[in-house]
Each structure stands twice: as structure tokens, then as C-alpha cells.
Design a protein around this ligand. Structure first.
Ligand code: HEM
Length: 448
């Protein structure tokens, strides 16, 4: 009674074919800002636009802070085993156990140096390796995706194990490939169908997933450095969560380098933004100083605006992570029972025409006030909001800033003449990433 309206579901599959941003957008046009879908047998409510999403995540925060149970991830881990801790953190239902895990995770991240100079130093050290590697490319076009992915994973390895790996090292390649495969499984058809509750389909891939994770943990149990961390579960947690979560981060960095590469074949919206403006700001603020610090962001409003605009357009977590209601509640006048699966359509907020002057353009001005100072509009929900807001936000923001400043300070990014026109259509998935591309990193005339 008084449940949000929605399209007619198909038998067994429900409305699962509608779960694509474009379809969700159309359905919102027909049914409004809050409507219902059936994912198989499971009723779900989709929330569109800033007003409705904020009412759910911020005003009625606790009511909407649950996670749906019985999804693929619960099946993979059977709520035990090595993934128990990270799974509890991300997929655990709202309550005392989740709160305890989240507190522990935040405290551990602090102990590992997050928010302190030591974390900055690790990020900057890795950035030196990225720059050296790009210098060796000597102006030949390179695929930045794998490089950035290795670097983001390496930062976590250096936190966990006190050592980084060469970009050609088999261990690093193994970690990255395993998590890439895991992400593919999690984003793939099996996960969608499994989430419907029809767990009968191939258990084989899931077994692979478990074995991969176990193998990674085994490798690190053998690594004497990992013994420095007690209990070992800290390392396992951070390996599983951080490396997995570096996917969105690396997607964003790749898209940033793509957006910052001028080319005569770029679409007009990108071309209208001069990347040289970022470089002028960086040069002015840093001058002759040897390195950059996260504090410098306060003096680089244009670069900060550029990073945020990249994140907005990159829209790497288009539907966030699914939530669930923790008790019977209301939203925009509708009644929503306890345990209902909630899909927060973050795309609809990041591209809403009432919140953004030029929603479909790359326009850093969205994050600048009349005096050119950096401002963050309420509609910037790339990390979501409320009690389940992204736990890695600070780390992600530090990495984005420090790596981008270091790259732009040293290199001009040039779109290869023989390359096709940039394709900004993302590869759709739970986490969206840019299509593979190549860029030439040319040393600037006067590198600092
Ligand atoms: C640009 C990079 C990133 C973006 C855009 C991003 C975005 C998000 C989003 C949208 C959510 C869902 C929040 C919700 O349920 O409402 C989330 C959750 C989460 N993120 Fe991130 N994330 C990023 C990087 C990271 C990194 C580097 C970490 C590593 C620590 C991380 C750890 C987590 C965790 C643990 C959660 C679950 C929090 C909970 O359920 O309590 N994220 N993230």
C-alpha cells in the first residue's frame, strides 16, 4: 500500500533488463523521482535526483543505511572466511557489528598514516616511479591505464607490506589480474542473476574468485614483512578492500588524463577547457619547491575544480552501492517497508540540470564561485553521503591530487596524431571505467 509505482515486471526476471542508467532515466520520466522495480522476485526502489537522494541518505540516514542481504557477495563468502571483514564493512547490514567494523577500519587507516604526511610521502614516492616510467617512454604513446592501476595498487602494497613492486613484477601483475577478474565477475551477468536469488548458475567462477583471494592471502602470509602487522587480518582487509577499491580511483585518474589531453579531434566540450590553465596554477603555487603537498590544494582552486569536474563526468559508481531500508519508513510521501532494496541513482544527481549549469559538458566552473575560489555543490555525490559514505574518500582525494599535480607539472599530455577520436563512452558496469586509449607524455620545456 502506497508503495512507489513502477513498470510491470516479467515473470522470474522482473525488471532486471531496466537496470541501465539510460533505462532508469526514462523510467524516472514516467514514474517520478521515486519508483519501484523488481529484481527477480525482490522489490527495489530507485531514487533519482538530489532532493530525493538527500532525503534518503541524509535526512532519513539510519532508515536507509542498510545493505541488501542474499546478494552474490553474501553467497561468495558465506559470511565467513578471509573476506569476512571487508565484506562486513561494505555489504554488512547497518547495526552494531557494521559500526564496529567501520570504526576499526577508520582507526586502522589512520594508524597507517592516512591524513598524515607519511601517507603523502608514500603516494609521492610512487608518483616518482610513474614519472620515471613515463620519461622512459620518450614521447612514444603509452596506455596509462595499466600504469596507473599498478601505481594505485602499489601504494596500498607499500602501506601493507612496507615494499613496493616493480611494474613488471609477477606478484603485482597477479594481484591486479585477480582483482580485475573479480571485478568482472562482480559486474557480470552471473552476479546480476545471482542477485535475483537464482543461485543455480555456475558456481565455477565463484570458486575461482575464492581461490584467487585465498591465493593472494597465502602469498602475503609467506611475506615476512606482512608479519609486522598484527593481527594479520589488517593486511588481508586492506589488501582486499584497497586493491579492489582502487578500481574507481584508477578509472578516475585515467579519465582525468584523458580529459586533460588536448587534441584537435576532441569534442568541443572538452576542447573549450585549456589544460594549460592547470599547469600555470601549479607553476605559480609551487614555484621552485621540490615537491607538492596535499595542503597546496587550498591554493589551487582551478585544479581542484578540474579534478572534481572529472570525477563528476567520470561517474564511476553510477548507481553507488545498493542500500536497504532498516525499518519501515517514508520517502517523498511513499511508504517503503523494512528490508527493501534501495538503488541510489548517483548519475541522476551528478547530471541533474537543476544543479549543474552545463551538466553534459566538461566545465570546471561548476566548482568555482565568482571569485574563482573552489566550492563543492551539494549535488557532488560521487562518494555518496550519509553513514555509508565512501570510506576511502580521503585516500582517493589525496591520490588524485598528488598524482595529477606531479604529472601535469612534469609532462604535456598529447593525443597521438594517428589515434582515433577519443571515445568518452565509459565501459558500463557497477564501476565504470574509460575505454583503453593511448597518450603521449612529453616532457615540459622547463620541468621543475
Ligand atoms: C574516486 C574513488 C572512489 C569513489 C568515487 C568511490 C565511491 C564510493 C561510493 C559511491 C560508495 C557507496 C556509498 C554508499 O553506499 O552510499 C563507496 C563505498 C565504499 N568505498 Fe569508495 N570510492 C572510491 C575509492 C575508494 C577507495 C580508494 C577505498 C579504499 C579504502 C574505498 C572504500 C570504500 C568502502 C570500504 C565503502 C563501503 C562503506 C560502507 O559501506 O560503510 N573507496 N565508495
Amino acid at each position: 500500500k502506497n508503495f512507489p509505482p513502477g513498470p510491470e515486471p516479467l515473470p522470474v526476471f522482473g525488471n532486471v533488463l531496466h537496470v541501465r542508467c539510460v533505462c532508469l532515466q526514462c523510467l524516472s520520466g514516467r514514474y517520478g523521482k521515486v519508483y519501484s522495480l523488481f529484481l527477480g522476485w525482490r522489490p527495489a526502489v530507485v531514487i533519482h535526483g538530489l532532493q530525493a537522494v538527500r532525503e534518503a541518505l541524509v535526512t532519513r540516514a539510519v532508515d536507509f543505511a542498510g545493505r541488501p542481504q542474499g546478494m552474490m557477495i553474501n553467497h561468495v563468502t558465506e559470511n565467513k572466511g578471509v573476506l569476512h571483514f571487508p565484506v562486513w564493512l561494505i555489504m554488512g547490514n547497518y547495526g552494531a557489528v557494521w559500526r564496529e567494523h567501520r570504526r576499526f577500519a577508520l582507526a586502522t587507516m589512520k594508524n597507517f598514516g592516512l591524513g598524515k604526511r607519511s601517507m603523502e610521502e608514500r603516494i609521492l614516492e610512487e608518483t616518482t616511479h610513474i614519472c620515471n616510467c613515463l620519461e622512459k617512454s620518450q614521447g612514444r604513446p603509452v596506455d596509462p591505464l595499466s600504469l596507473i592501476h599498478s601505481a594505485a595498487s602499489n601504494i596500498i602494497c607499500s602501506v601493507l607490506f612496507g615494499q613496493r613492486y616493480d611494474y613488471n613484477d609477477d606478484v603485482l601483475a597477479f594481484i591486479i589480474n585477480s582483482f580485475k577478474e573479480n571485478a568482472q565477475i562482480a559486474n557480470g551477468a552471473w552476479a546480476a542473476v545471482s542477485s535475483l536469488g537464482t543461485n543455480a548458475l555456475s558456481g565455477r567462477r565463484i570458486l575461482d574468485l575464492k581461490m584467487h583471494t585465498q591465493a593472494i592471502v597465502d602469498i602475503y602470509c609467506l611475506c615476512p614483512l606482512s608479519l609486522h602487522f598484527s593481527p594479520l587480518s589488517h593486511s588481508i582487509f586492506f589488501l582486499s578492500v584497497f586493491v579492489n577499491r582502487s578500481f574507481p580511483l584508477f578509472s578516475c585518474l585515467c579519465l582525468a588524463s584523458l580529459s586533460l589531453t588536448p587534441s584537435h579531434s576532441h569534442p568541443a566540450s572538452l576542447f573549450s577547457f585549456p589544460p594549460a590553465q592547470c599547469q600555470r596554477e601549479i607553476d605559480r603555487v609551487l614555484g621552485e619547491s621540490l615537491s607538492v603537498s596535499f595542503e597546496d590544494r587550498h591554493r589551487m582552486p582551478f585544479l581542484m575544480a578540474t579534478i572534481h569536474e572529472t570525477q563528476r563526468l567520470a561517474n564511476i559508481a553510477p548507481l553507488g552501492v545498493f542500500h536497504a531500508t532498516t525499518r519501515d519508513t517514508k520517502l517523498m510521501g511513499y511508504d517503503i517497508p523494512e528490508g527493501t532494496l534501495i538503488i541510489t541513482n548517483l548519475t541522476s544527481v551528478l547530471f541533474e540540470s537543476t544543479s549543474w549549469e552545463r551538466p553534459n559538458d566538461f566545465y570546471p566552473g561548476h566548482f568555482l564561485d565568482e571569485d574563482g575560489q573552489f566550492v563543492k555543490p551539494d549535488a557532488f555525490l560521487a562518494f555518496s553521503a550519509g553513514p555509508r559514505v565512501c570510506l576511502g574518500e580521503l585516500l582517493a582525494r589525496m591520490e588524485l591530487f598528488l598524482i595529477l599535480v606531479s604529472l601535469l607539472r612534469r609532462f604535456l599530455l598529447v593525443w597521438p596524431e594517428d589515434a582515433a577520436r577519443p571515445d568518452l563512452t565509459p565501459v558500463f558496469g557497477g564501476i565504470q571505467s574509460p575505454r583503453p586509449y593511448r597518450v603521449t607524455f612529453r616532457l615540459r620545456a622547463k620541468p621543475c
